[in-house]
Design a protein around this ligand. Sequence first.
Ligand SMILES: [Zn+2]
Length: 234
Amino acid sequence: MEDLKLLAQIQALDSQIDEREEKKREFPRRLIPLKEGAERIDQELREAKGELEDLQKKRRHEERELEAREIELKKYQRQLYEVKDNKAYAALEEEIALTKEKNEAAEEEILKFLEIEEGRIKGIKEIEEDLREEKRKLSREEEKAKQETEILDQEIAKINITRQEIAKRVSPSPLSRYEKLRRGKGGLAIVPLEGSSCGGCHMNLPPQIVSEVKKGKRFVVCENCNRILYWEEG
Ligand SMILES: [Zn+2]
């Protein structure tokens, strides 16, 4: 049963390849939290910028109104020299005092806005720095994953060469039986005896089966999981 021994070797190599393929699939999963982190900070940044824009809009509106009232004020002050009767003069004076009051309040309001904006701008810079740091982390991890993938691919290619050499020496029918079984059994088609149990499903095997596997004269399968059994001597 040379075929069985060779198939057991092929199984070992296939398992090594599977292990490496699984590791390769892990890499994108490892990057997910970092990508999500960057996306979260980016969202935070967009919101902070939106809030700042709203503040700036409100402040500019105040500034425009202030400017308009300053023009009004100058007009009133010019009119002071033109009015003839006392009543109109008093009304104008009152209008001037009221406008000045409004303008003082607006100036204070604008200063408050500027103060808040300054704080927000500082906050935005901090968020931007966080985002840069998160993106740096992400690209470092991506680079690492790329390098590790290359190493794994090289290893897989090497293992495949050995596998092909061994596969050439196996009779075609057992090889296709093995490959079909492997696809159906999650990668594990040939398993060793573990004492008197199946190395695939760990079911205890009848003594007759165990002794037949040890003789190695024909293909013996586990009654429970259908995998081909073999005996590793020594
Ligand atoms: Zn089994």
